[in-house]
Write a protein of this length. Structure first.
Length: 387
């Protein structure tokens, strides 16, 4: 197993002699591949997930990315999907059948929740959401038909953690397969497989790509698990990435280390500033000593990434809006993990969808991007004065 991050990001799997010796691997923008003889074609048809035949199953540009993602997550193999949601859905669906039961951390990513509540429920798969801050809650929810645990540590809005080693140990006792959505940490700051988790998923849209110009997802795990997902859900649901997006993602990976450490350094400064400000009632960020699971965070995560949520000391929604509308460097947008700092006010997303109605209107999620942290703090200070 290769464990030199900069080598993985910059060289692993690039096999340059098969790409005209180009320094940057070419984008193999082809949907299908040709063979000189019938016999040659026959020899690859059985191997369509390992050899170029048709790009839904195998594409040389995507294949480089698979090797890099697997190595980064200390996994045997990985798959790349056209979105993070597709990656999570395919991985979960691959391990459950009608009559099975899934235990999932409460408040997971919104479309992970929909996968369980609205999609899998229609096919007879049950679920229970648990408070994951105590791993024993997973054990207490195990039923004879439980086959799958979903973790997301921390989640990307309120930042509760699960003790991944403890959850994985409970799962192993009951022969249950585990998945962790590791998007917040990227593979650089947390490796769930080292803690005993079976499958790791990421929205590659976020830190892995890092430039806000691609939507993609990945799943990494044991070779037999990945092969199973690939031969069933990946090939039938067909959420394959385009070679061009895979190439952009590879370009984004070149700077993953630089971007992640910059974002984490700046987030620490921003979080400390916000925690000390009278107009900020609470900062949810696992890097702060005040976070209720700070010790666990330090135990299982290498560093704390640049996403946090604040609760403003604001009298009404108008006060929250004055803060948000006056922030100049934090763009009002969903998503995160790119170069640009973002803000995501909960009060903009409450409403008819019924999502987030349990969250206080004073919450604003902030993503700390690559701008000068001094500039970001000055901007926050002037906007807080407008509340
Ligand atoms: C964005 C996100 C997803 C979904 O990924 P897409 O690439 O948008 O489909 C899943 N989990 C987390 C934690 C995310 O932030």
């Amino acid at each position: 197993m290769v464990d030199d991050t900069s080598f993985i990001l910059n060289h692993l799997g690039e096999d340059r002699q098969h790409g005209y010796d180009a320094v940057v691997p070419p984008i193999v923008q082809s949907g299908n591949f040709t063979y000189p003889t019938v016999a040659a074609m026959r020899s690859v048809v059985q191997l369509e997930m390992d050899r170029p035949l048709y790009t839904r199953g195998f594409n040389p540009t995507v294949a480089i990315l698979r090797k890099k993602i697997a190595a980064l997550e200390h996994a045997e193999d990985a798959l790349v999907f056209s979105s993070g949601s597709a990656a999570i859905a395919a991985a979960v669906m691959s391990f459950v059948k009608a009559g099975d039961h899934i235990v999932c951390v409460h408040k997971p990513y919104s479309w992970t929740k929909k996968l369980l509540v609205e999609l899998l429920a229609r096919f007879g798969v049950e679920h229970t959401f648990v408070d994951g801050t105590d791993a024993e809650n997973y054990r207490k929810s195990v039923k004879p038909n439980t086959t799958f645990f979903i973790t997301e540590s921390p989640n990307s809005l309120t930042f509760e953690l699960q003790d991944l080693a403890a959850v994985a140990a409970i799962a192993r006792e009951h022969n249950i397969t585990t998945l962790c959505d590791n998007s917040f940490n990227s593979p650089l700051f947390q490796n769930p497989i080292d803690l005993g988790i079976d499958l790791v998923a990421h929205s590659a849209t976020k830190y892995l790509n890092g430039h806000s110009d691609v939507v993609a997802g990945v799943v990494a795990g044991r070779a037999d698990h990945i092969r199973q997902i690939m031969s069933k859900e990946f090939m039938t649901l067909g959420a394959a990435p385009s070679p061009h997006d895979a190439w952009l993602l590879m370009r984004g990976l070149r700077t993953l280390e630089l971007r992640l450490h910059r974002s984490a350094d700046s987030a620490a400064q921003v979080a400390r500033f916000l925690e000390g400000h009278p107009k900020v009632a609470r900062v949810h960020w696992p890097g702060l000593e005040s976070h209720p699971q700070h010790q666990l965070a330090r135990k299982q995560m290498k560093r704390m990434a640049g996403l946090m949520t604040i609760e403003l000391d604001a009298p009404d929604e108008a006060g929250v809006e004055r803060f948000c509308d006056n922030l100049k460097t934090f763009l009002i947008a969903v998503s995160w993990g790119g170069y640009e700092s973002l803000q995501w006010p909960v009060c903009a997303l409450k409403g008819p969808s019924g999502y987030y109605t349990d969250l206080p209107f004073t919450m604003v999620r902030l993503y700390v991007g690559l701008e000068d942290p001094e500039t970001l703090i000055a901007d926050l200070r002037q906007a807080l004065d407008r509340i």
